[in-house]
Design a protein around this ligand. Structure first.
Ligand code: SF4
Length: 282
């Protein structure tokens, strides 16, 4: 049986993108190909918050005890090597059992599954077919992969997803792609991959979600949207305010909403911040 290294598995409300407000199970896999240490930092500088917490990792026995950060990646423990022991390697059976336990009335009903990270389309692709075919997931209708848009899908997984989507005629598959702008600290040539997005768009509903804070970020996002369009992608785009903690989110949300209106781009909130303070497990 396949196993997946799980950073978090919890039930909450989707706070971002197309399914904002929809009750959702979040499966956060461990591992990412980026660090995004530039978020919330002056241009050219990198956040040390995650590394500073990592030095005291012995103080923490589970995710809910970990501090929130106001700079860098807000889900740092899902990829930072120092926190790897907080993420158990679980069998597909154990994951399906846990999902059933935390679902309201132990049923999927209208609950959506979000497979997130870290970067969920790294090596775990090989385990997802067994999970999605598990008897305890048979009534699941909607899945979203939240990805940074850099990982291609294997031919085998692509075939599986196409079949899964058409099975019973009602399954929906979404790729919520968050391409990293220079504000993340990642290099454009590593982060912007139109050919990868086109591959997702070929098999599921695919949209772009840019984390922005300023006019400068918006200008860069618009250029990148133009590049994706030139390469044949015509899905929707969203602007979402930077801010994994309330103090930063509150500074940005209204301005980003106004910028989205100004440019005719969709606005995505991050409801987990005002509703639940973006605590781990929300
Ligand atoms: S891609 Fe996402 S999970 Fe990975 S470091 Fe960046 S913000 Fe964090």
């Amino acid at each position: 049986m396949n196993k997946i290294k799980i950073a978090e598995l919890f039930y909450s409300i989707q706070g971002e993108g197309r399914f904002m407000g929809v009750p959702s199970i979040f499966l956060r896999t461990y591992g990412c190909n980026f660090k995004c240490a530039g978020f919330g930092m002056p241009k050219g500088e990198v956040s040390k918050e995650a590394d500073n917490i990592a030095e005291k990792v012995h103080r923490y026995s589970n995710y809910n005890e970990l501090p929130l950060v106001s700079t860098g990646c807000d889900s740092y423990a899902s990829w930072h090597p120092s926190f790897k022991d907080l993420s158990p390697m679980l069998t597909v059976d154990a994951i399906a059992d846990r999902m059933e336990e935390i679902l309201p009335y132990n049923k999927w009903g209208d609950v959506h599954l979000v497979i997130t990270g870290g970067e969920p389309l790294l090596g775990w692709q090989r385990a997802y077919p067994e999970l999605l075919n598990h008897p305890k997931l048979k009534d699941l209708k909607d899945i979203t992969f939240e990805t940074n848009g850099t990982q291609t899908i294997t031919q085998e997984f692509k075939r599986f997803l196409k079949e899964w989507t058409y099975k019973n005629g009602f399954h929906s598959l979404t790729f919520s792609v968050s391409p990293k702008l220079s504000v993340s600290g990642e290099r454009k040539e590593d982060a912007i991959k139109p050919e990868v997005i086109n591959q997702y768009a070929d098999i599921g509903h695919t949209y772009l979600k840019f984390v922005v804070a300023s006019e400068e970020d918006v200008k860069e996002a618009l250029q990148i949207i133009g590049k994706y369009k030139d390469e044949g992608f015509h899905g929707h785009s969203y602007f979402m305010p930077v801010g994994g903690v309330e103090s930063v989110y509150n500074l940005n949300n209204r301005r980003v909403a106004e910028l989205a209106m100004k440019h005719g781009v969709r606005y995505s909130d991050r409801l987990q911040v005002p509703l639940f303070k973006n605590e781990w497990g929300t």
